[in-house]
Design a protein around this ligand. Structure first.
Ligand code: PEP
Ligand code: MG
Length: 574
């Protein structure tokens, strides 16, 4: 990521009083403008060195008690914050609280204390055991390792009198700059005190990004040069442009904040359905995982569900959920959007979303392995039972859901899936997440009724860059012109076949990129419920011809950063 002063690239040195303000650039995640002094998380917790003197046998019961008390204090604080939070934040906080109370962790610690290891050292060793286990499992499970380390640090800090680690609650509204944040730290942020967030690491699909989006907290990730900005210095964070301006001009800063406030007010008035300024209709739908999420999406004025991620409800299940259990969950979502469009995705198990009952263990390369629709190769019954459950939920709610398969690579896979879906009276579609599927979109459309582009995976497979890697976030950036070219090819195939082509990856949550996608010929956008109003109202400010002009500018750009800049120039004149 680049560091610029005004429009010219510079080093990372802080500016002198006379120079133009220094502008650091990163990947924009949540739009909005925040100005305030920099606050930073407290320093890393000092972990105890191994080799400490053993605890005398008589003192071991008390040492165990000390651990239990520290873990309970940590769990209690997190649970209290969870009670005051909602949605993903509440989930992350209560999961982390649950880890602090985890019986497996406790018994691993107690065993060590029984052998004479001091509580803090025992906590570090036992936590490492779990970190190794989660890391070996890979994918989303590997992200749990971050939660375990976070809990370990909190407990060790209590045991060694270092005070609670994490983000201090600033006295005045401040902008938080950090290397990266533990999910529980992000979820516990008070948006009245922390008004903006920038991190040096992380990508658009990281936990930090997802929670910031839910909190509506202006956020930029993967910002170079952030380490050199000291606490207390005033910064202006622009979550749409993806910039952090150090010591901005106060007049300019006030104007930018005011413009953002006016834009936020416009959002509050959004009630859908979305059209461009000249009346071209574009469905703005929501990505959900269950009935509660669907009801939140109704409240956010989503026109329907563009992606029901069915696997997320079963991540913790050891065995396949029954047809009845599945049908009840799906019916909950269909009911929330009765009479409206709901697109359900069959289990996308594997890689970053391993399901114990569906995923092959020990794959050398899970992202290129048996994931998504491919799990039906060895276990077609799993797919058939899920489709039976969808059909049953549809019957109960008198709805006709659209059903799509993830990770489809060939037309024959699409044909086989479509036959199974049609046999149950449902509407078949497939996701475009693999470049081969985009290249053969015409052939896929001979079998299915719609396509939905998963830009998160399509970018990882097009750019050959792991979507979970913060270091490669510039490559998996959804503004990459090569990715947008595949989007255009797919949309054109849809136009030729007279069938709808949507986008349901994170790209659809970016209001500027949404205009580009519409200009490329996309007919629906599906994003987090919190992003619906931003996307829908931005579309209302541009006409279709301008969206097409923006799309042409993005396709012609050299890289993601210049695509963003070119489109901003077309759409905002800046
Ligand atoms: C995608 O890949 O863009 C997508 C929507 O699916 P997921 O993020 O669940 O893999
Ligand atoms: Mg995907």
């Amino acid at each position: 990521m680049s560091v610029t002063t005004g429009s010219t690239s510079t080093g990372t040195a802080l500016p002198t009083a006379a120079s133009a303000p220094m502008v650091l650039t990163g990947t924009p995640v949540v739009p909005g403008v925040a100005v305030g002094p920099v606050v930073r998380p407290s320093g890393a917790v000092r972990l105890p060195e191994p080799g400490a003197a053993p605890v005398a046998e008589a003192d071991r019961p008390a040492e165990k008690q000390r651990f239990v008390a520290a873990a309970e204090l940590v769990a209690g604080r997190l649970a209290e914050r969870a009670a005051g939070a909602t949605g993903v934040s509440a989930e992350v906080l209560s999961t982390t609280a649950g880890l602090a109370r985890d019986r497996g962790l406790l018994s691993a610690v107690e065993q060590r204390i029984d052998g004479g290891t001091p509580a803090a050292v025992a906590a570090v060793e036992a936590a490492q055991q779990f970190v190794d286990m989660f890391t070996a499992l890979g994918g989303l499970m590997a992200e749990r390792a971050t939660d375990v380390r976070d809990v370990r640090d909190r407990i060790v800090a209590e045991l060694t009198g270092q005070g609670e680690p994490g983000v201090p609650r600033p006295e005045i509204p401040s902008v938080l700059l950090a290397e990266d944040l533990a999910p529980a730290d992000t979820a516990g942020l008070d948006p009245t005190r922390v008004i903006g967030l920038a991190t040096r690491l992380g990508g658009t699909t990281s936990h930090t990004a997802i929670i910031a989006r839910q909190l509506g907290l202006p956020c930029v990730v993967a910002v170079g040069g952030l380490d050199d900005v000291p606490a207390g210095v005033t910064v202006l964070l622009d979550g749409e442009q993806g910039t952090v301006t150090v010591e901005p001009d106060p007049v300019e800063a006030r104007a930018r904040v005011e413009a953002a406030r006016v834009a936020a007010e416009a959002l509050a008035g959004y009630a859908g359905p979305a059209t461009t300024k000249d009346g071209h209709a574009v469905q703005v739908l929501a990505n959900v995982q269950d009935g509660a999420g669907a009801r939140a999406a109704v409240a956010a004025h989503a026109e329907g569900v563009g992606l029901l991620r069915t696997e997320l409800a079963f991540l913790g299940h050891g065995t396949e959920p029954s047809i009845e259990e599945q049908a009840a969950g799906y019916a909950d979502v269909f009911e929330a959007f009765a009479g409206r469009k709901v697109v359900l995705r069959t289990l996308d198990a594997g890689s970053d979303k391993p399901l114990a009952f569906a995923t092959l263990p020990d794959e050398a390369n899970p992202a290129l392995g048996v994931r998504g629709l491919r799990i039906a190769r060895n276990n077609p019954g799993l797919l058939d039972r899920q489709l039976d459950a969808v059909a049953e939920a549809a019957r109960r709610t008198a709805s006709t859901p659209w059903v799509m398969a993830p990770m489809v690579a060939t037309a024959s896979e699409a044909a086989d899936f479509a036959a199974r879906v049609r046999a149950r009276g449902l509407v078949p579609g497939v996701m475009i997440e693999v470049p081969s599927a985009a290249l053969h979109a015409d052939r896929l459309l001979e079998h299915v009724d719609f396509l939905s582009i998963g830009t998160n995976d399509l970018s990882q497979y097009t750019l050959a860059a792991d979507r979970l890697s913060g270091d490669l976030a510039d490559l998996t950036d959804p503004w990459q012109p090569a990715l947008l070219l595949l989007v255009r090819m797919t949309a054109e195939a849809g136009e030729r076949a007279g069938k709808p082509v949507g986008v349901c990856g994170e790209a659809a949550a970016d209001p500027l990129l949404a205009c580009v996608l519409v200009g490329l010929g996309i007919t629906s956008l599906s994003c987090a419920a919190s992003a619906v109003a931003g996307v829908g109202s931005r579309l209302g400010t541009v006409d279709l011809a301008t969206c097409r002009e923006a799309a042409a500018a993005a396709l012609a750009a050299e890289d993601a950063q210049s695509a963003r800049a070119a489109v901003r120039a077309v759409l905002t004149g800046r």
